[in-house]
Design a protein around this ligand. Structure first.
Ligand SMILES: [Mn+2]
Length: 337
C-alpha cells in the first residue's frame, strides 16, 4: 500500500477511489450472498479491470455460481469452502453491490485487520464499511458505478466487459422497465452496445431460463397466491416441501414474485420462503408506483431498494407470514404505503 489509508465510513471521490485502487497489488473480489446479475456482472468487470492494470485478483464467494446466469462466466469463481485459506494472499478486499460487510457472508472470515476494503455499490442503505467507498445511490445498478471507474482510468471497455456490465444493468432495471431506469442508464447501455455485444443473445440467456422443474414449482406456487386490502397486497409462501416435490431449488423460485406484481391492483407484493435447516423465513418484497419497500425490509432488519427489497425473519413460515402481513396492512392503512 503506497497511499495513506482512509478512515472507514466516509464517501470517496472517484479520483481518490481510483488512486487507492492503483495502490494495492493483490485483490480478493467478492459480492453479496445469493448473488444476482448486477453483483456478478459488476464483479467480473472489476476482475478484468484490475488484471488489465496489472493486479493479482482472486474471486471468492460464499455461494455457488448461479446456474441461471450462464451468460456470465464462472471460470474465475471460487467458493469459500473449496479454497485453501492458508494459501490465499491479498492486501485488499473489493466488494460489488453489497450494502454491508455482513452481506458478503462467510467471506468476512478472510478479512484481517490490515485488509484495505473497497466498496462499490448503489444501495441507498449502504453502510460505507470500506476504507474507500464509491457508492452512487442514484445509479440504477452497480454496473453503472463500475463504468465510472473504467472511464476514470481511461480504459475502453472490451466486448466481454461490456457484456458483463450489460447483464448487470439489464437485470437490475428489469431490462430498462423499472422506475430506477434513467436517461443515464440508457446512455450507459448505448455505450455498452457500441462495443458490439449481442443484445438478443444476452437477453435470451437472461430470460430464457425456464426448466420443467421450475414450471412445476410455479404451478404449485400459483395455487398459493393470496391477496388482501382489495387486492393491493399480494403474497405467496413456499415451503421446503414445494422444492422437494418439484425437484427445484430456491433459485428456481426467483422471479415468481413478478407474477404477484403483475396483477393490476397490486401495490405491494411479498414472497416468503422457508429456509432449509433453520427456523427462519426469507421474505422478498416488490412495490409498484409510489410504494417504498426498502423501508419495509429495513423494519425487519433487511434492506434493498425502493421497489425491490428483502429480509430474513428468524421465525417459522406461518408466524413470519402473519407478522409481515399485519405490518403491511397497518402501513397501507396509515400512510397509504
Ligand atoms: Mn444492484
Amino acid at each position: 500500500m503506497t497511499t495513506r489509508l482512509a478512515a472507514k465510513g466516509s464517501k470517496s471521490t472517484l479520483a481518490d477511489f481510483c488512486r487507492a485502487l492503483k495502490g494495492c497489488e493483490r485483490y480478493l473480489l467478492t459480492c453479496h450472498v445469493m448473488p444476482e446479475g448486477d453483483a456478478i456482472g459488476s464483479m467480473l468487470a472489476m476482475d478484468s479491470l484490475l488484471r488489465r492494470i496489472g493486479k493479482e485478483v482472486i474471486i471468492i464467494c460464499e455461494d455457488a455460481f448461479p446456474e441461471r446466469l450462464h451468460c456470465l462466466s464462472d471460470k474465475r469463481w471460487n467458493r469459500i469452502d473449496s479454497v485453501d485459506r492458508a494459501r490465499i494472499e491479498f492486501d485488499a478486499l473489493l466488494t460489488t453491490d453489497s450494502p454491508s460487510l455482513k452481506r458478503i457472508g462467510r467471506v468476512q472470515e478472510l478479512v484481517r485487520d490490515e485488509t484495505v476494503i473497497f466498496n462499490i455499490d448503489h444501495h441507498v442503505s449502504n453502510k460505507y464499511f470500506g476504507h474507500y467507498n464509491y457508492v452512487r445511490p442514484e445509479a440504477a445498478a452497480t454496473g453503472e458505478v463500475v463504468m465510472d471507474i473504467f472511464k476514470a482510468l481511461e480504459l475502453p471497455l472490451t466486448k466481454q466487459e461490456a457484456a458483463d456490465l450489460y447483464v448487470a444493468v439489464a437485470t437490475d432495471t428489469g431490462s430498462f422497465k423499472y422506475s430506477n431506469t434513467t436517461a443515464e442508464s440508457h446512455r450507459r447501455a448505448s455505450e455498452l452496445l457500441e462495443t458490439g455485444i449481442d443484445v438478443e443473445r444476452l437477453n435470451e440467456d437472461i430470460y430464457g431460463v425456464y426448466s420443467l422443474k421450475k414450471i412445476k414449482l410455479y404451478s404449485r406456487l400459483l395455487k398459493r397466491v393470496r391477496t388482501t386490502a382489495s387486492g393491493a397486497i399480494a403474497w405467496a409462501a413456499m415451503r421446503q416441501d414445494d422444492l422437494k416435490k418439484s425437484g427445484a431449488t430456491y433459485e428456481d423460485s426467483e422471479g415468481f414474485i413478478d407474477f404477484l406484481r403483475y396483477m393490476r391492483e397490486v401495490k405491494v407484493a411479498f414472497f416468503l420462503s422457508e429456509l432449509d435447516g433453520s427456523k427462519g423465513t426469507r421474505v422478498s418484497f416488490r412495490a409498484k408506483g409510489p410504494y417504498d419497500v426498502n423501508s419495509i425490509a429495513t423494519h425487519f432488519n433487511g434492506g434493498g431498494h425502493k421497489k425491490a427489497s428483502g429480509c430474513v425473519i428468524e421465525m417459522p413460515l406461518k408466524k413470519a407470514e402473519r407478522l409481515v402481513l399485519n405490518y403491511l396492512e397497518k402501513r397501507l392503512a396509515q400512510h397509504g404505503g
